[in-house]
Design a protein around this ligand. Structure first.
Ligand code: SAM
Length: 331
């Protein structure tokens, strides 16, 4: 039987609090608020069981998802919000829930937040064990969401930050197109570098879509709720930056044969020869387009690149985007 939700003491509605504190949404902080409790409950439900767990909410704003999280009775909730105007409302929630939930309020950029400190005391699990009782939940600001997920994948690949405790899970919102890219399988029209990066390190699921009209103010796009659970066994075990460079380069020519983009991993004088070698070593058809390459095939391409770099270490530092050296004649 499901445990009963915590009943908060009577509070003004989030809509009334926004009015009371005259909180005009700031476009530069991607502020679009969710006021419908059924939707915020659904987001929190997508995170699975959080009772007695440790939760970090990214960008709580006026606190509607925060209320849904509190009702599920986590052991500890840390909210990280950049905009200090929300402090009085968040403190109200902190006070209302203090007998049940230990709630911390951090006014700062999520990109600078120290998860090891925030989750201090949370039980750690072996990477290949069940995920620890730690969750990251948030209706992310559009302006930082892609950058944030790349940073977090990097941390996952090195099992640090929130992932020094094990395979901490994430339930996050993205613009619908970004959500579709994250989960896009091979040959999907939205498949891109982000799809492969996310799927190398996480099991991803697009849980549901929230129509733009559910937000105040209404954004121009719909929003997808995605769960990301770090994989026990990532599909690739190579340095994150190397993998990122390989995928960025191959996807640079999305509509061309993969050998075209892949070739740009190598300096021009060796390009043709090494591009053929890359795909031969990886046993991947070089004439399919990047979005037609499966995750497993991309993993083989990454390892083949590594072999080529071991044979010729100068290759690794080559980046086709770097400005060409000018041949300046002295004197
Ligand atoms: C889309 S709103 C969501 C607000 C609230 N969670 C909701 O669903 O109604 C994004 C929130 O993230 C906050 N925010 C924007 N950039 C941030 C950052 N870099 N670090 C932390 N919070 C940020 C905004 O101030 C805003 O409150």
């Amino acid at each position: 039987m499901a445990a009963a939700n915590l009943r908060l003491p009577p509070l003004p509605t989030v809509r009334d609090l926004i009015k009371l504190y005259k909180l005009r949404a700031l476009r530069q902080l991607s502020q679009n608020f969710l006021l419908d409790e059924r939707i915020t409950d659904k987001i929190v439900k997508a995170a699975g069981n959080i009772r007695n767990h440790y939760v970090c909410e990214v960008g709580p704003g006026p606190g509607s998802i925060t209320r849904s999280i509190i009702r599920k009775c986590p052991k500890k909730l840390i909210v990280v919000e950049k905009d200090p105007r929300f402090v009085p409302i968040l403190e109200l929630l902190q006070e209302a829930s203090q007998s049940h939930v230990k709630m911390g309020i951090k006014i700062q950029d999520i990109r600078d937040f120290n998860f090891e400190e925030g989750f201090a005391g949370a039980p750690a699990r072996e990477w290949t064990d069940y995920p620890p009782p730690i969750h990251l939940i948030g209706n992310l600001p559009f302006s930082v969401s892609t950058n944030l997920i790349i940073r977090w994948l990097h941390a996952i690949s090195e099992q640090r930050s929130a992932w020094s405790f094990g395979r901490s899970t994430m339930t996050l919102t993205f613009q619908k197109e970004v959500a579709e890219r994250i989960v896009a399988p091979v040959t999907h029209e939205q498949r891109c570098r982000l799809s492969v990066m996310c799927q190398f390190w996480c099991d991803v699921e697009h849980k549901f879509t929230i129509p733009g009209r559910a937000f105040v103010p209404k954004p121009d796009v719909d929003v997808g709720v995605v769960t990301l659970v770090p994989k026990k066994h990532p599909l690739v075990k190579l340095p994150f930056k190397t993998v990122e460079k390989i995928l960025r380069t191959v996807f640079n020519m999305r509509q061309k044969w993969s050998i075209k983009g892949g070739g740009r991993l190598f300096p021009e004088d060796k390009r043709d020869e090494l591009a053929v070698k890359l795909f031969a070593l990886a046993d991947v058809d070089s004439r399919i387009r990047p979005f037609e390459i499966s995750n497993e095939e991309f993993a083989r391409i990454c390892y083949a690149y590594k072999v080529i770099c071991e044979e010729d270490p100068e290759i690794e530092s080559y980046d086709f985007r770097a400005p060409k050296k000018l041949n300046v004649v002295a004197g």
